[in-house]
Write a protein that binds this ligand. Structure first.
Ligand code: SF4
Length: 231
């Protein structure tokens, strides 16, 4: 990766695994909306996402560890990584642990996230990461995930797909799915049920929302820049 802008956030792969349109709205159009689930997730991660580490000679826990892969062009942050260390101080095993609200999901976006973290850790520590773990809040226990070949190739495929969509700057059309859309933070902006007969109106509405979102971001950036200059 030559340019920082070429890197993809691991969260972008989760959005893409969930819905291509959601990925494009967030990572191409730069639209974001908070809902109950994203807000709860944020609070949970703020609780665990404190950069600190606990260590013994042969074992270390790193919380809020930043990770990256030059090979895949990925960056992200792990809630927790447990490292086993040999006598020479080399990392011989790394286990990423993700804290999640709710319960284990049918869809694979959480598994893609953990796999992407594992790929980053393998490159960073020159080791193999055969499995990771989830801690789902409602289950009150850890559950393991094998970082299997199928998940690795699914994740690598999503990296390629994300790059293609980003290069094309294309936002796929909405296709309503109750299971996905009713849990989507962008439902009100996307309005998937109205696409079709009302597509033009929806298009105009989306364009106005995207423009408004850009103006807000630019204003926040300008205010931030002014703050930096005056401080
Ligand atoms: S509302 Fe549905 S189609 Fe629209 S971004 Fe969300 S999941 Fe995708």
């Amino acid at each position: 990766m030559e340019d920082d802008d070429d890197f993809l956030m691991i969260s972008a792969l989760q959005h893409l695994a969930f819905c291509e349109r959601q990925f494009a709205l967030i990572h191409i159009e730069q639209v974001w909306a908070e809902n109950r689930w994203t807000a709860e997730g944020k609070v949970l991660h703020e609780r665990v996402d404190v950069v600190r580490h606990e260590s013994r000679r042969s074992f270390r826990q790193e919380f809020g560890l930043s990770v990256r892969s030059l090979h895949y062009g990925l960056v992200g942050r792990c809630d927790l990584v447990e490292l086993s260390i040999d006598k020479e101080g080399r990392v011989v095993e790394a286990i990423p642990v993700e804290f999640k609200r709710g319960r284990k999901k049918e869809d694979d976006e959480d598994r893609v996230q953990l796999t992407a973290q594992a790929l980053c850790l393998e490159e960073m520590f020159n080791t193999v990461v055969p499995y990771g773990e989830f801690f789902y809040l409602q289950e009150h226990r850890r559950s393991g995930l094998e970082i299997a070949a199928a998940l690795r190739s699914r994740t690598a495929g999503l990296v390629e797909r994300a790059r293609l969509l980003r290069a094309e700057g294309r936002t796929p059309a909405a296709v309503y799915s109750k299971r996905q859309c009713d849990n989507c933070s962008l439902l009100e902006l996307c309005m998937p049920k109205k696409v079709g007969a009302g597509a033009k109106a929806v298009g105009r509405y989306m364009a106005s929302q995207i423009a408004a979102s850009r103006v807000t971001r630019e204003r926040q950036r300008d205010e931030g820049a002014e703050g930096e200059v005056s401080s």
